[in-house]
Design a protein around this ligand. Sequence first.
Ligand code: URA
Length: 198
Amino acid sequence: MEEMEALRVTACTRCPDLVECRSRIVNGTGPDDADVVFVGEGPGAQEDSEGEPFVGRSGSVLDDALRTVGIDREAVRITNCVRCRPPENRDPTGMELENCREYLEREIELLDPEVIVTLGKVPSEHLLDRSVAVTKEAGSVEDVRIDGTLRRVLICVHPAATLYDRSQETTFEQALERAADLADLDETSGGQTRLDGF
Ligand code: URA
């Protein structure tokens, strides 16, 4: 727990635009031994105001889908590629992603998860270091070296995509089911991570 506390970024001024726009730095949430880590793009308005990732509209979609497939949100780690809100919800720039990468890599290293789920195009391309057609590739798994260690990455659509295109809901839930299977949530948690009744 102390290690995770040390991971919290409390002061950073690497990205001038983001420093200007943010109200606070939004660190990852969830246990430091989580088997599944969800990586989004960056905080939106609600996340910036509450200081937690995925607490706005996208967060509700994520929560609903996690509940549907029987994953307990409290048992997984949820974080972002960048920890400060980009102005007008624009995508983070390449430089901003690089500036923040060290924090994400340290978080992943400490967690040593079974699977990293990339929520949308930005985190998928950032971690896989190639262009990704997220809708087509959602649910597929790739082993990739992150800071020298081979990590299992599962590509997933961004939760907000399901708001614009309902057909993405199934794709989204199927990817989450795959994450639960890859992390063997039933077995490793003694039944606590995957909620009873699913
Ligand atoms: N979208 C993201 O990618 N991350 C959040 O934390 C919220 C919305």
